[in-house]
Design a protein. Sequence first.
Length: 257
Amino acid sequence: MVDEPDAMSDDIMETFTAVHSLVLSTQNMEAFVDEVARLAATVIDPPASAGVMVRRDDAPVTAAASDALASRVDETQYEVGDGPCMETLRTGVVVEVKDQSADERWGSYAPRAVEHGVRSSLSLPLLVQGEPAGALNIYSGQRAGAFDGPQRKRAELFAAQASMALTLMIRQVAQAEVRRQLEQALTSRTVIDQALGILMGRERCSSEEAFALLRRHSQDTNRKLRDVAAELVTRVTGQAPSDAPSFQHVRVRARPE
């Protein structure tokens, strides 16, 4: 049996490369999903409309769309309360609509989708650690059965690559948040230490006693300890407290033999 050459042609390989390069080139999750939607629209031939649906506060929302059509069809599903993309987001199962005009699975959704110009669609889960983190939805207005044969294979391969990239992106965002929290904690500690030094010099007391004074004032005024410390440093020095240096990973070099 001869494999379908179209399934892994040069253009789809270039698209896969582009998906993974997004993890390095994009600065945030919003930019990442925007690019995923844009690339997904080019996966099938001819190009279609694509969107990424996610769940936020227990409600499905469109995180990104390649064009207005994808947004409108997603919105129709929200209004109806169900649809192929919402089913994929809920179950993590691929849902294909071969002929939108003959599909009766989601009540009034089908005729409204046809009115928007959708002939067929394919919804694929974006999985993170085996659980659906989103749904990649591709809508075709060209013909019924637009995702038959190699076209569906291309879309499924793209969704698998996008899922891996999304997993890396989530991990990267989490690491960035940890770094931000570490930097914030380090900055707060620096400001508090500056305030303690001022109190120790002014009150002729130990660091423990200075910290107790600072904490008592924080509690009495119902303000954060860092804010109280920053106010003291600014009042005494006439300048806002200096921030701590950014938190950086230290690369350990091997000693020469």
